[in-house]
Design a binder for this molecule. Structure first.
Ligand code: ADP
Ligand code: ZN
Length: 613
């Protein structure tokens, strides 16, 4: 209970302008902040780059007491704390990686009531000592970031998140806010239940990311050559390449480095110090490629990542969206490119089978996997498919994905599918794909009398081996065929009996997408050009000079460049060329503290570029 009147939306606007340098709230920031300022709990699903952090940072600054932010990753906390300090906010983190003196200083500030925001890990917060010390203090709010981690139905379940439900009892008067970028309806229910947010309002923003152009293509072999080609075509930009295994990241990174690309591998098997150094470099550079397992990324807030490439496909649409979503956080054009194969799908399916979880969970994960491949291999707008998946209604095609840009031709392949299915049935699922195709073409080497006598032998002359291969892939993606790994020599068997029957009876039409003619050329949105943010040629030199100044300043302080100013801010400065502190103050991303710290230096850089009279 405070004597001072409750903070209002006008107060929030003032903090947005003076501390963060932004004029208007974005998307659902305003209603979410209102809810928290009123002392009520909330659940917010905002797209990546949608500005989730301000939803709890601003109320923390306005409400009495300490704002607690629970976050799953140290890298995420480090970044946010640094960005807040740059804006003049008293923020600290308490985690296993900090030095004892930092810990002492944080507690001193907390006890003196001088800290605005404290970032903690779930396990760190829930252990007795910390929770007890915090429970007797005034708490402005408790924010739970990446809240989908609490749900088994989500894609990144973390058991330690389950404990966070107890916060309802420990901080009964503090509003609690759960935020995430990916949660379908069921995951949202689970979050609300597990975190005891029963009466909380849900705020779910559109999942549209117009700046992100999506493409996907079937890969041939392991796809390494294709990845190299894709990255080469994007020289000068930062990107992330996701691979399915640690070894995969190492070999891909090595081949990129050999091609002269500043790339590094990143996975959980690397030494901690090596990992930290690679991460630091990736964040600090304007052009860097990280080749990583999915262990890398949650909470990587590098805003100028221009492309994300899946060398191996992810496990669900949630994971896909989270991963490609790491491109273009600064709102400038970016690309999400996914390579996938039926072998990737079989690999993930096997992984799911091997998990020690309830059958119901396995079934859900299996369904999510199929939904992902239906999108990747489908013939509909990708962005629209993702948005519908997350429950959005009335979704229009995006106009920017590979499918929208050049719609694939669909052909009715039901008859061919029937032939393939009956061949698999006749062969008893004892053979791999190559043998199956030879059988259909009537080309089996040293064919036995028995096989040559089967009615399906040689009935598939109308298609080429490549076309059969594509069709078999398609049937695998559709669940009509199933691949048994058989220790690396996969066997093809029939898939779901009901659908197979329906195809036999002609009740279901099987469509195939024609192979894109330009395999080898990236499907590319016409919108994607240059290095991201729009800078006109006449402003380019100044923009580069501002970036150089920023890089030097960041290096001096040992922080990533983007916590000083975003590219977007530098681009705006380069185009408006402010001549005074007052003029600089009006730029997006320039708050009071940054104006004081960097204003003079920025004006000096601008001054050196005064347009010739
Ligand atoms: P996410 O939702 O992905 O966590 P962040 O909170 O990191 O997003 O914000 C993404 C970017 O958008 C940051 O660079 C942030 O400064 C910027 N941003 C957030 N809110 C606003 C706003 N209202 N106006 C302008 N920029 C904003
Ligand atoms: Zn589209």
């Amino acid at each position: 209970m405070t004597d001072t009147p409750a903070p209002t939306l006008d107060d929030a606007r003032a903090v947005l302008a003076t501390t963060f340098g932004h004029k208007n709230f974005r998307g659902l920031q305003e209603p979410v902040i209102c809810e928290i300022l009123a002392g009520r709990n909330a659940l917010a699903v905002l797209p990546t780059g949608g500005g989730k952090s301000l939803c709890y940072q601003i109320p923390s600054l306005l409400r009495r007491g300490l704002g607690i932010v629970v976050s799953p990753l140290i890298a995420l906390m480090t970044d946010q704390v640094e960005a807040l300090r740059q804006a003049g906010v008293a923020a600290a983190r308490l985690d296993s990686a900090i030095e004892p003196y930092e810990r002492e200083e944080a507690w001193r500030l907390i006890n003196a009531g001088e800290l605005d925001l404290l970032y903690v890990s779930p396990e760190g917060l829930m252990q007795g000592a910390m929770l007890e010390r915090l429970s007797s203090l005034p708490i402005a709010l408790v924010a739970i970031d990446e809240a989908h981690c609490v749900s088994q139905w989500g894609h990144d379940f973390r058991p330690e998140y389950r404990m966070l439900g107890r916060l309802a009892e420990v901080f009964p008067t503090a509003p609690r806010l759960a935020v995430t970028a990916t949660a379908d309806a069921r995951t949202r229910e689970d979050i609300a239940k597990a975190l005891r947010l029963e009466n909380a309002a849900h705020f779910v923003d559109s999942f549209a990311r117009p700046e992100l152009s999506l493409t996907a293509e079937r890969k041939t072999g392991r796809g390494a050559a294709r990845v190299l080609e894709l990255v080469r075509e994007r020289r000068g930009r930062s990107g992330i390449v996701y691979a399915g295994s640690r070894e995969g990241t190492e070999t891909l990174a090595a081949s990129l480095v050999a091609a002269g690309i500043p790339a590094a591998a990143y996975h959980a098997g690397l030494d901690k110090a090596v990992r930290a150094e690679r991460l630091r470099k990736f964040l600090a550079e304007d052009e860097a490629v990280m080749v990583a397992t999915v262990a890398f990324g949650m909470g990587i807030d590098k805003p100028d990542v221009r492309f994300v490439i899946h060398a191996d496909a992810p496990a669900s649409i949630e994971a896909y969206w989270q991963e490609v979503g790491r491109a273009g956080r600064d709102g400038a054009p970016a690309e999400g490119i996914s390579l996938y194969s039926s072998a990737d799908m079989a690999f993930t399916a096997r992984r799911i089978e091997g998990r020690e979880v309830d059958d119901a969970v396995k079934q859900t994960q299996g369904r999510k996997l199929r939904q992902l491949y239906a999108m990747l291999d489908g013939a509909g707008c990708r962005a629209a498919a993702v948005r519908r998946y997350f429950g959005e209604a009335d979704v229009e095609p995006c106009g920017g994905c590979d499918i929208c840009v050049s719609p694939p031709e669909r052909r009715d392949a039901t008859t061919a599918a029937q032939k393939a299915l009956s061949a698999v049935q006749r062969l008893g699922g004892r053979f791999g794909r190559g043998r199956l195709i030879d059988h259909l073409l009537g080309k089996t080497k040293d064919v036995s009398d028995y096989e040559a006598g089967l009615t399906t032998y040689g009935i598939g002359q109308e298609l080429s081996a490549v076309q059969w291969r594509d069709l078999v892939d398609q049937l695998l993606f559709d669940g009509l065929l199933r691949e048994d790994p058989n220790d690396g020599r996969p066997l093809i068997g029939l898939g779901e009996a009901l659908v197979v029957k329906a195809v036999y009876r002609g009740e279901v039409t099987v469509y195939v997408r024609d192979r894109p003619t330009a395999v080898g050329k990236p499907a590319r949105s016409p919108k994607v050009r240059g290095a991201g943010v729009e800078v006109s040629p006449s402003d380019r030199a100044l923009f580069d000079a501002l970036r150089a100044w920023r890089r030097a300043e960041a290096a001096r302080q040992g922080v990533p460049p983007y916590v000083i100013f975003a590219d977007r801010t530098l681009a705006a400065i380069a185009s408006t060329r402010p001549g005074s502190l007052r003029a600089l103050e009006g730029q997006t991303g320039v708050g009071q503290v940054k104006l004081t710290h960097y204003g003079a230096a920025v004006l000096e850089v601008v001054c050196g570029f005064a347009p010739a009279a």
